[in-house]
Design a protein around this ligand. Structure first.
Ligand code: FMN
Length: 193
């Protein structure tokens, strides 16, 4: 296979985060499928809450510039997004909003979200698996940032018992949907490699 690089990250930095576990499963499946996964933690890209005065006076944080650069080194990006009150975690929204402010000379607006393909997933202890938050995130990604997001999504309900100790999943149906999403993400990313 061509050198297809997939970036994976979670919208939670909580220790024991279910979404970080989901991101880890996706990274393993990406590697197993012959592409190259990079799993980063947003804890390594700390940013203040967005403030327009701060942006005007100090510019966009270095961490946002670094994350943009990493995103642009990859052909596909998977985001595991915690559902907070039917929506996106503040950490994820703030991080992506800062990154969306960046475009170098000659680049389109929100450049990190262009020329690559995105896939979304969520893990929740609840029965709906975070799907409501993903509907909001899809709107933000597609309408807000102009990103291409594949239709397939990986949702993990009952997340407290969904992951095994070997980096796999306990529910075959959930694992099957996740695999289908990974395959499609890699196929779409390969078109951009
Ligand atoms: C402020 C807040 C709101 C939440 N709202 C929802 C919700 O709407 N739907 C849901 O399934 N879980 C909700 N949860 C539970 C999260 O899904 C749960 O805390 C999950 O473990 C967070 O993701 P993480 O494990 O990756 O940190 C909420 C949690 C918090 C802290």
């Amino acid at each position: 296979m061509k050198d297809v690089r997939i970036l994976v990250f979670s919208g939670s930095t909580r220790s024991g985060s279910f979404n970080t576990k989901l991101a880890d499963v996706v990274a393993r499946r990406v590697d197993a499928a012959g592409a190259q996964a990079t799993h980063l933690s947003l804890a390594d890209y700390p940013m203040p809450i967005y403030n327009g005065d701060m942006e005007a006076n100090e510019g966009v944080p270095e961490a946002a510039k670094a994350l943009k650069a990493v995103m642009q080194e990859h052909h596909g990006v998977f985001i595991a997004s915690p559902e907070y009150n039917t929506s996106v975690s503040p950490l994820l929204k703030n991080t992506l909003d800062w990154v969306s402010r960046l475009s170098a000379d000659g680049e389109p607006a929100a450049a990190a979200f262009k020329n690559r393909v995105f896939a979304l997933g969520a893990a929740s202890p609840g029965a709906l698996g975070g799907i409501r938050g993903l509907m909001g995130l899809r709107t933000i990604m597609e309408i807000g940032y102009g990103a291409l997001v594949i239709p397939d999504m990986a949702t993990v309900p009952g997340a407290a018992s969904a992951f095994d100790d070997q980096g796999g999943m306990t529910n075959e149906r959930t694992a099957g949907l996740l695999d289908a999403m990974v395959q499609r993400l890699i196929a779409e990313a390969a078109l951009r490699a």
